[in-house]
Write a protein that binds this ligand. Structure first.
Ligand code: NAP
Length: 251
């Protein structure tokens, strides 16, 4: 089946920033593939909400941290929509606060498998479908970095910060590589955003606790990041590629 609306895949679209991207994108006229890793209920709630509002969405299971997971995500998108016009590489993980000399190899491998290889593998698959070089219609990719890439996250999660640094370099290089193929590649760099990710790293109050250190004196919301991602996906950003937009309240 082919779909006449542009199709957007959002990795980690069931919760947090990704869920807000899915909802805003659907309201903007995209058909949305809502990827999730383990929380099927959260993804199906996002899909149900989009459909109830008259939009088009499907939930797509798959772990971006494995090559097989990425292949199955894209196979499901192909089967559901038969086209792809946008990708938001949003899925990401942190770990509990640790010094680098305490981190296990397993932690490091998973951090880079999900945050870095996951984003690169999804971008590969997206470029194969969107690039004019491969007969595609062009498109846009937005990668989700973190302000941690510029701060280093010492004593908390330097591995996470380094993974986001890799995403920023990947954004720059891929943007230049596929610019003539009709694909724009940009990134957002969120600051402290009020989502579940802090609890998943063992610091449930992190967003509130850090508020006094943020120039705007408050954490951001998932919707505020999503609005920037939607801008970078849209034609309003038609001459922007290789950019990294901080969405961090001045942090
Ligand atoms: P979140 O609320 O913890 O949500 C993470 C999402 O990613 C969930 O939907 C989760 O799926 C999905 N996910 C995790 N591992 C995955 C995997 N291996 N394969 C597929 N999906 C996976 O996180 P968030 O705060 O919205 O973060 C989204 C992005 O923003 C991340 O890249 C994060 O690094 C970045 N970011 C966040 C902040 C912040 O302060 N919140 C700041 C800077 C950057 P399930 O629902 O199935 O678990």
């Amino acid at each position: 089946m082919t779909d006449t609306k542009p199709v957007l895949l959002v990795t980690g679209g069931g919760r947090g920033i990704g869920a807000s991207v899915c909802r805003l994108a659907a309201a903007d006229g995209w058909s949305v593939a809502v990827n999730y890793a383990t929380n099927a209920k959260a993804a199906s709630d996002v899909v149900d909400g989009i459909r109830a509002a008259g939009g088009s969405a499907v939930a797509v299971a798959g772990d971006v941290g494995s090559e097989a997971g990425v292949a199955s995500i894209f196979a499901a998108v192909d089967a559901a929509f038969g086209r792809l016009d946008g990708l938001v590489n949003n899925a990401g993980i942190v770990g509990p606060p640790q010094r680098v000399d305490e981190m296990t190899g397993e932690r490091l491998e998973r951090m880079f498998a999900v945050n870095v290889l996951g984003s690169i593998r999804c971008a590969q698959q997206a470029v194969r479908r969107m690039s004019a070089r491969h007969g595609g219609q062009g498109g846009a990719i937005v990668n989700v970095s973190s302000i941690a890439a510029t701060l280093g996250a010492a004593g908390q999660y330097v591995d996470y910060a380094a993974s986001k640094g890799a995403i920023e370099t990947f954004t720059l290089g891929l943007a230049r590589e596929v610019a003539a193929d009709g694909i724009r590649v940009n990134a957002v760099r969120p600051g402290v955003i009020d989502t579940d990710i802090h609890a998943s790293g063992g610091l449930p109050d992190r967003a509130r606790d850090l508020a006094p250190q943020i120039p705007m004196q408050r954490p951001g919301t998932a919707v505020e990041v999503a609005q920037s991602i939607l801008f970078l996906l849209s034609n309003a950003a038609s001459y922007i590629t290789g950019a990294v937009l901080s969405v961090s309240g001045g942090r």
